[in-house]
Design a binder for this molecule. Structure first.
Ligand code: 3PG
Length: 196
């Protein structure tokens, strides 16, 4: 979470795009990459992107222990989940891999704290009340840090990153639309400077 202010949330439709996307993002200065397990080639994409020098590749949309096992076997260095379940938390411990689970309310955070976690994805950030909701939660859980994701864009990322409880943000905007290496690198470059 502390490597870069923005974690690109990636949906890789075609394996041939995996390396060029990772190269463009890393060239722009974003080195922590979340590959969502939403496409058939996602696990292979994790393998391919992990070969790109400087890339720190993890898996997102990890829904259960089996997903987590497959992702770590493919080389995922961290795990992101849209929610928090005891099964995913136990699997992360078993595989000794960092877990960033999604939380949406105080009860979710308390369950996470009980499991020994203190870093969470606030998801879906905008639909779930936006910055006012995050600030209200952060005021209760002093040591907890968040990666808001869902509705974050180049236009509002700085506002989120100005909140002390926000360590980084996640978003899909870096690679939205038809792949264009130059455009992705430029977006990554701008994103890497946000809040700096
Ligand atoms: C996710 O896939 O984790 C988020 O839904 C990404 O949200 P965004 O597309 O609004 O950035």
């Amino acid at each position: 979470m502390t490597r870069c202010p923005v974690i690109p949330v990636l949906v890789i439709p075609d394996l041939s795009l995996a390396r060029p996307i990772a190269q463009a993002l890393v060239a722009g200065g974003l080195t922590t990459l979340e590959v969502t397990l939403r496409t058939d080639c996602a696990l292979e994409a994790i393998r391919e992107m992990s070969k790109v020098e400087g890339a720190h590749v993890g898996a997102g949309t990890v829904l259960n222990g089996d997903d987590l096992a497959r992702a770590t076997e493919a080389g995922a260095q961290f795990i992101v989940s849209p929610g928090l379940t005891a099964e995913v938390a136990a699997a992360a411990q078993r595989h000794d891999v960092p877990l960033l689970p999604g939380v949406a309310n105080a009860g979710d955070i308390m369950r996470g704290l009980d499991l020994g976690l203190s870093r969470f994805k606030f998801f879906p950030a905008m639909a779930n009340g936006g910055l006012p909701a995050l600030k209200a939660l952060a005021s209760v859980f002093g040591k907890v840090k968040f990666c808001p994701t869902g509705g974050i864009s180049e236009d509002n990322a700085a506002e989120w990153l100005a909140e002390p409880a926000v360590t980084c943000v996640g978003g899909s905007w870096l690679t939205s639309g038809q792949f264009d290496a130059g455009a992705v690198e430029s977006r990554a470059h701008r994103a890497a400077q946000i809040g700096r």
